[in-house]
Design a protein around this ligand. Structure first.
Ligand SMILES: Nc1ncnc2c1ncn2[C@@H]1O[C@H](COP(=O)(O)OP(=O)(O)O)[C@@H](O)[C@H]1O
Ligand SMILES: [Mg+2]
Length: 207
């Protein structure tokens, strides 16, 4: 099983959007997928409850019980403010940490601190856990987007996607869907923005 943690100490950075869409994508590839939710707000769990029965199945940690090793993927959504011991444990458990970052000075400042902490985590230093960055709600050709790109490129972590600000994410979330479950003509441009990230997730950290 490959375990992907979606984390960023900042609230509203796009963690739940990333985690639910990633789980939806992986489920659409017919792999067995589990979505774990460490956030007390339980947004990912609520999303799963809204999910139509005809959409590709995503399991919860509860329904999986002790059989977690029969899954191909586990995606963990995490709360804002994840730090110290809890962050270290979550990072150690994961093969991959994906950090979504929005293009604003506040988000970049918070992300800089969070990425410094990640750089110091033992599992990451020893390359047992790999980190990737994703620009979240990025409208290209804006000043803010350029600032975010410069910041992310300087961190030393791979930058694997820029996801535009798009109503399809809000519409999908309301219906318990990912963009990968929606009519292709509606989401073609958005799905294209995921391709490098999805390739990397499949290929990185193969034993
Ligand atoms: N790419 C996007 N386009 C449009 N809205 C987005 C996008 N990413 C996130 N959002 C919206 O931004 C808000 C915060 O995102 P969310 O995923 O809940 O962040 P977090 O889990 O980090 O708090 C939500 O209302 C979500 O629907
Ligand atoms: Mg969230």
């Amino acid at each position: 099983m490959k375990h992907i943690l979606v984390a960023n100490a900042k609230g509203g950075s796009g963690k739940t959007t990333l985690a639910t869409n990633l789980a939806g994508y992986l489920a659409s590839t017919s792999d067995k997928v589990m979505l774990a939710d460490l956030d007390r707000q339980q947004s990912a769990t609520q999303w799963l409850k809204r999910r139509p029965t005809e959409a590709p199945m995503i399991h919860t940690l509860q329904s999986a019980g002790k059989l977690t090793n029969t899954y191909d993927w586990m995606v963990t959504d995490s709360p804002a403010g994840l730090r110290d011991e809890k962050l270290a444990d979550a990072v150690k458990d994961a093969d991959i940490v994906i950090v979504p970052i929005q293009p604003s000075a506040f988000d970049i400042g918070a992300a800089a601190d969070f990425l410094d902490v990640l750089h110091q985590e033992k599992a990451i230093r020893k390359q047992k856990t790999f980190v990737a960055l994703v620009g979240s709600r990025v409208n290209s050709r804006t000043h803010a987007a350029v600032g975010l790109a410069e910041f992310m490129d300087d961190t030393g972590f791979p930058v694997l996607a820029y996801l535009r600000n798009s109503q399809v994410y809000t519409a999908a979330a309301e219906q318990g869907l990912s963009i990968f479950d929606m009519r292709p003509s509606l989401v073609a441009q958005d799905i294209e923005q995921w391709s490098v990230l999805l390739d990397w997730i499949h290929n990185t950290h193969q034993e």
